[in-house]
Design a protein. Structure first.
Length: 276
């Protein structure tokens, strides 16, 4: 007798799609006993649920997922990419506009790095864009202390191993020498923790500025530090292969005309960084 797959989707995926947490965070919440299904506390993510199931997270009912949305954010230096920091350092969430819904970052930029960071309200999109199999090129402008040559940079183009960790080949070009510093453009398809800084140190260079300028088809452009810009929903659907939204679906928080989808807009907003 065949074992049929239970109907529905895995509980952690449903929580992530609702924007309450990433899939990994949802699994941790479940293990901590913070999730109930139909009034019963669960402790394993190995459970499929359907729309008929009543789910609560931290005693709060799980709302139906909003339409998937994506924002471009120009992360300034001096901000950590996390919801809270054990050392009390300011986070990117301290500076985001108040009217933004709960969002998650796609990947991270470290404290001293700046530039383009993607934000989304949809856990499935976050997971998809972070997977190495997505293969999107991420470009960086990097200033290093030293006088690199093509020979110096050659190991990066072939792929190197640093502290037992293998880094995939990088796209590297030397843009200009500026006194004791040089500007490089670097492209990665798989970004490991502090990969560029560690790779540069390995070949005898020190990074003193790092700016991410693009993530796949999304560009930093003229976005100023601290500014947030929403990606048009048509562009989001085209780039990620999402299903079109039903006719009559309005953009969250804004009314749409009857019988027509609400016209997507791009909003650029900035909340001034807090002092100190």
């Amino acid at each position: 007798m065949e074992n049929k797959t239970p109907p529905g989707e895995r509980i952690a995926k449903v929580i992530a799609r609702a924007g309450r947490a990433s899939r990994r965070e949802a699994e941790r919440m479940i293990a901590e006993g913070r999730v109930t299904v139909n009034g019963k506390k669960i402790d394993s993510p190995a459970l499929n649920v359907t729309d008929a199931d009543q789910i609560t997270v931290d005693d709060t009912p799980l709302a139906a997922p909003d339409a998937a949305r994506l924002w471009l954010y120009h992360k300034p230096t001096g901000r950590v990419t996390t919801t809270r920091d054990e050392q009390g350092r300011p986070t990117i969430y301290d500076d985001l506009p108040d009217d933004l819904p709960r969002v998650m970052s796609v990947g991270r930029l470290d404290l001293n790095s700046e530039g383009l960071l993607l934000l989304t309200n949809d856990g499935a999109i976050k997971r998809k864009l972070e997977l190495p199999s997505t293969g999107w090129l991420r470009k960086y402008r990097v200033r290093v202390n030293g006088r690199p040559t093509d020979e110096t940079l050659a190991p990066l183009r072939k792929g190197i191993e640093v502290d037992g960790q293998r880094f995939q080949p990088m796209q590297v070009s030397l843009d200009r020498q500026q006194g004791a510093n040089a500007w490089l453009t670097i492209g990665l398809r798989e970004g490991k923790n502090r990969e560029i800084r560690r790779a540069m140190t390995d070949i005898g260079l020190t990074v003193n500025r790092l700016i991410r300028t693009s993530y796949g088809p999304f560009q930093l452009g003229q976005l100023k530090p601290g500014e947030v810009e929403e990606v048009r929903r048509k562009i989001l659907r085209d780039q990620l292969g999402l299903e079109p939204e039903p006719v009559g679906t309005a953009k969250p928080g804004k009314p749409g005309k009857p019988g027509r989808p609400a016209k997507p807009t791009v909003q650029r907003r900035r909340r001034p960084p807090k002092k100190g």
